[in-house]
Design a protein around this ligand. Structure first.
Ligand SMILES: Cc1cc2nc3c(=O)[nH]c(=O)nc-3n(C[C@H](O)[C@H](O)[C@H](O)COP(=O)(O)OP(=O)(O)OC[C@H]3O[C@@H](n4cnc5c(N)ncnc54)[C@H](O)[C@@H]3O)c2cc1C
Length: 286
């Protein structure tokens, strides 16, 4: 039975439940199974978002998927979403062509706060598609480069063919921009870089633990081990931020699908300050 409180909240959330029709400006394949949709935002009016936020993308007649925004907000009148083709909705989205239409609701969720990193070193740790939600943060940090100390990106993918944004990774690499270290689970004959899991990369860097703020996004197991590694090196729990993933439906804290302990990932997350979720991260099958 629907409670009275729930019905009262309904009018407030309804506008956020209606998708706007947006057009595909371009679709770029980043890897064999991952593509970036560049969307026209003129239908959305004044569209602003902070790094780490997500949209609900609706493939008409198929369904909706939660997809993070992977572009910087002022870069033109378009927004990017980098999408790993895994199931029914993401396959339908991958079949869209230039000029095609999809539904968009958002932006939703919390964001990567860059203020706590001002005057500090930054360690960004990304696994697989986890680099996509971190990319707007990277743009923000590089845009205000003088406000931060070292910026280190540790990035892991399954294979060299699965590395995202390879042109940008090269561009970002530089003494005065970012220290970029990549690693893959399995190499190929051309790969001369590191092989293993992303946490192996910690042995190639020296962190000044007292002044390092960390941002982490990737599969949950990878994030757990990354947190352990950061803490082992002395980075304080309250200097770490993570983006969590759960299945979602409404995206506005109404349906409860994405409940994570006392939180709803859609409205309290996806970006969490580690102290808020540390206990939950250690709990199995939550
Ligand atoms: C806050 C948030 C941000 C996200 N941002 C992005 C993003 O920027 N880009 C992106 O590609 N995805 C992102 N995701 C994940 C994305 O929402 C799901 O992959 C998507 O809903 C899958 O929908 P589907 O209908 O295509 O697959 P489904 O039909 O729901 O799933 C098909 C199969 O794939 C498996 N599967 C589902 N998701 C994944 C996954 N992520 N990895 C491996 N297997 C999976 C399922 O278990 C199932 O077996 C995000 C999720 C959250 C919660």
């Amino acid at each position: 039975m629907i409670g009275k409180g729930v019905l009262e909240k309904l009018p407030a959330v309804l506008p956020a439940m209606v998708p706007a029709a947006v057009k595909v400006k371009q679709i770029v394949w980043e890897t064999d199974d991952t593509f970036t949709l560049m969307l026209e935002t003129s239908a959305l009016g004044e569209y602003r978002f902070s790094p780490g936020k997500f949209n609900m993308l609706y493939a008409f007649g198929v369904g909706e998927a939660v997809i993070s925004i992977s572009s910087y907000f002022w870069k033109g009148r378009e927004i990017f979403h980098t999408i790993h083709r895994v199931g029914i909705v993401t396959i339908a989205l991958s079949k869209l062509k230039k000029g095609g239409t999809l539904g968009l609701r958002g932006p939703f969720g919390s964001y990567w706060p860059s203020e706590p990193a001002q005057g500090h070193d930054i360690c960004i740790v990304a696994g697989g598609i986890g680099l996509a939600p971190l990319r707007p943060l990277i743009y923000t940090l590089l845009d205000q480069r003088e406000m931060f100390g070292r910026i280190i990106l540790l990035y892991g993918a399954r294979s060299p063919r699965d590395l995202l944004y390879t042109v940008e990774l090269e561009k970002w690499q530089g003494k005065n921009t970012m220290e970029v270290l990549s690693i893959v689970d399995r190499g190929d004959s051309a790969w001369k870089g590191h092989i293993g899991v992303v946490t192996n990369l910690f042995s190639y860097i020296r962190l000044d633990e007292r002044r390092t703020v960390a941002y982490v996004c990737g599969p949950e197991t990878m994030m757990k081990y990354t947190v352990m590694e950061l803490e082992k090196r002395g980075v304080a729990t309250d200097q770490i931020y993570l983006s969590m993933e759960r299945n979602m439906k409404c995206a506005v804290g109404f349906c409860g699908h994405c409940q994570y302990g006392p939180y709803f990932i859609c409205k309290d997350g996806p970006v969490f300050h580690l102290p808020a979720i540390k206990e939950l991260l250690d709990r199995k099958e939550l």
